[in-house]
Design a protein around this ligand. Structure first.
Ligand code: GCU
Length: 687
């Protein structure tokens, strides 16, 4: 059977297990929607989705009614509407507005499953959860689930340009634009909204943070009618639309000569723009802004700071409840190699920390998970949690810019979990990133998590079929960060590739190991940046070392690593709260995997693992390739158990991954052998 992967994890395949089929059919024959609730908007989406899933999985759609006529049925309801569903819900109060319950209720005369929440959106999430259970073959006759999302903002950022290209896109072109037009065929966009709602995403910014000429017009009457069409589709799935804006809009399209945030004409222009946007899109989410970053315009030009810039936009959006997501990816991108005191890692903290308390309540600072740029290994950004009086949200990257570009498998959930579980100590033990992002360490008015999308118009959305796991997993993780990577991988695999035990075993274990494999054959011990400049796939050890876009590892014949200690380095380590500051600053205490991020050491330095740095480099690079070979072998065992199309596609990508891994191994090993002059203790082939 052929399969292009378009359905992703919402496959709704016919249920084959007879017992399950009988059980599901018993409950799902009749869908009750209590009278008095208008069947429109998100509630309608929920009912349609449920019917679609049931028809596809069980062979017959449910009959839809207001009054139950069968003894067993399923009921969808918004709580607090005065319908009988309120009583049936049994006074569940511990729900947020987006939380839901899924409960099997047994009464004398009737038995039913209730899928309900305090909002229509919550009902939609309940429906997707129920469908997930059925797709995974779980029992549904004793449900008693109460679910609320940990984060209120659960977002995706697209880096899509209006010419149809996607910055750092590895899965085809944009689904939103082509040839400087907003695409009018909204079916693909609807399918995308469905996928995102199924994992709880409630906000999507649809254009690149680098806002070029055409995209600057997205907030004008020229393009707002088109944008509004997308917002409408999103709205049916409970998703708010956000736009990235050009900080210099007043100059580029506003006919003004300045973008000074304190200039009344500039402020007035933005107020007008906000009013216009909300006329077209009443539930518009807000503006995402990359300012004074990588040559983008910003308030620095006028001697103003980021608080001035962000507050100007916040003031314009405030009357409508809109948000400003202001990015903290601000650093000097032309660092000179002779200058050892400038440190890109320090930059976000140095720029923003002094501004704490100056931002308006509807501004959220959006901070990348690490201080550099989505490397395979980085410490957690010390800015996160360091501003008690300023809303913050975390930015991850689902797109695998530096982690294999969706040609190599790199399941990122374990990486994100490490970030979320990191204890910052900013308010004593337990000040973890996941609690800060939830607004429960500092009392933020808005907070949450966002991530750069990995989708495009490839049939299977993500280029590599297995990269769908990162998209699925991201949504699940930011709904409930307590889920384990294994649970998430297993849930994804069963829904996407079916319940065969061998298929499950290979997929789950390969995914779980893939980050460490990728780290092994690429840049060692947290040093990062040994990639081909600009393109970021494949090795070029000295690429950024000798580029004007300088980002350094300082490898020479004596040693390698960046000294970020207080005594002899850039002092970056001191941006952390104790004990982290001391741990990172100390050569002895610093964890091996981040050693070269914080310290410059000789190749003979002995790691906690007992190995020298140079031997670690050799061993991990050989091991990385061997593990790719191993998993190729394991995947081959699945021939005949996975549909032919996806089997061949994944095989092709894995072979490519192997070539990439070998290239990394050989180039990295040769480079360090020649630099250090120290041979491999195991005498393997190094060119
Ligand atoms: C990285 C990436 C850019 C992107 C930037 C950002 O540097 O390579 O393409 O624009 O991050 O996050 O703004």
């Amino acid at each position: 059977m052929g399969d292009n992967g378009y359905a992703a994890w919402l496959r709704y395949g016919q249920v084959k297990d007879e017992t399950r089929l009988e059980q599901y059919a018993g409950w799902m024959g009749e869908l009750v929607l209590p009278a008095g609730v208008p069947m429109e908007g998100i509630l309608k989406t929920a009912a349609v989705e449920l019917s679609r899933g049931i028809r596809s999985m069980l062979g017959a759609a449910p009959s839809v009614t207001h009054e139950p006529s069968r003894q067993r049925f399923i009921v969808l309801g918004v709580l607090g509407g005065g319908t009988w569903v309120d009583d049936a819900a049994g006074g569940v109060t511990a729900l947020t507005n987006e939380g839901y319950l899924l409960k099997t209720v047994r009464e004398a005369e009737k038995e039913y499953i209730i899928a309900a929440g305090k909002s229509e959106k919550a009902v939609l999430y309940a429906v997707f959860h129920l469908l997930r259970l059925m797709q995974s073959g779980a029992a549904i006759d004793q449900l008693n689930l109460v679910e609320s999302p940990k984060y209120s903002l659960r977002m995706i950022n697209h880096w899509d340009n209006m010419d149809g290209s996607v910055e750092r896109g590895y899965s085809g072109r944009s689904i939103f634009y082509d040839n400087n037009n907003v695409l009018s065929d909204s079916e693909r966009i609807r399918d995308y909204a469905r996928l995102m709602a199924s994992v709880g995403i409630n906000g999507i910014a649809i254009n690149n943070v680098n806002v070029h000429r055409e995209e600057t017009f997205l907030i004008t009457e020229k393009l707002l009618p088109d944008v509004a069409r997308i917002a409408e589709v999103f709205g049916e799935y409970g998703i708010k639309l956000f736009l990235s804006v050009n900080y210099a809009g007043t100059i580029e399209i506003g006919g003004l000569e300045t973008a000074d945030p304190l200039d009344p004409a500039v402020r007035g222009w933005w107020k007008e723009k906000a009013a216009e946007v909300y006329r077209y899109i009443p539930d518009f989410g807000g503006f995402l802004v990359k300012a004074d970053s990588e040559n983008r315009p910003g308030p620095f030009t006028y001697g103003r700071d980021h608080a001035d810039g962000a507050n100007m936009l916040a003031e314009a959006l405030e009357p409508y409840g809109g948000l400003v997501l202001w990015r903290c990816f601000v650093y000097n991108c032309h660092q000179d190699w002779r200058d050892r005191s400038t440190d890109r890692a320090r930059a976000a903290y140095d720029h923003f920390k002094p501004l704490d308390g100056r931002f308006k309540d509807n501004v959220i600072l959006q901070i990348k998970n690490g201080p550099m740029d989505f490397q395979v290994r980085e410490p957690v950004s010390p800015l996160f949690g360091a501003m008690e009086h300023t809303n913050q949200m975390m930015e991850f990257q689902i797109a695998q810019e530096y982690t294999g570009q969706q040609k190599d498998v790199c399941f990122l959930i374990p990486q994100w979990k490490e970030v979320l579980n990191f204890d910052t100590y900013v308010k004593g033990a337990g000040s973890t990133v996941k609690e800060i992002a939830a607004g429960s360490v500092h009392a933020y008015t808005h907070s949450g998590i966002t991530a750069v999308s990995n989708i495009g118009n490839d049939e299977n959305w993500t280029g590599h079929h297995l990269a769908q796991a990162n998209l699925y997993g991201y949504g699940c993780l930011i709904w409930n960060p307590e889920l384990s990577s294994e649970e998430i991988a297993a849930e994804w695999a069963v829904q996407t590739f079916g319940g065969n035990k061998d298929v499950q075993e290979v997929l789950v274990n390969f995914l779980l190991e893939s980050w460490s494999i990728y780290e092994n054959y690429t840049a060692p011990l947290g040093v990062g940046w040994m990639v081909t400049p600009h393109y970021h796939y494949g090795p070029d050890i000295d690429g950024y070392e000798y580029s004007k876009w300088g980002t350094y590892h300082f490898a020479d014949h004596k040693g390698i690593g960046v000294d970020r200690t207080v005594a002899t380095g850039t002092g970056y380590s001191s941006q952390y709260t104790l004990p982290n500051a001391e741990i990172y600053d100390s050569l002895e205490a610093c964890p091996d995997e981040l050693l070269l991020f914080f310290h410059h050491v000789p190749y003979t330095h002995r790691l906690k693992s007992g190995k020298t740095v140079i031997q670690h480099i050799y061993d991990t690079h050989f091991a990385g390739v061997e593990r790719v070979e191993y998993w190729i072998g394991r995947w081959q065992e699945l021939e005949g158990l996975v549909d032919g199309d996806r089997f061949r596609h994944v095989t092709g990508r894995m072979n490519r991954q192997l070539e990439n891994a070998k290239q990394w191994r050989d180039i990295v090993n040769t480079y360090f052998f020649r630099k250090s002059g120290i041979p491999d203790a195991r005498n393997r082939v190094i060119y």
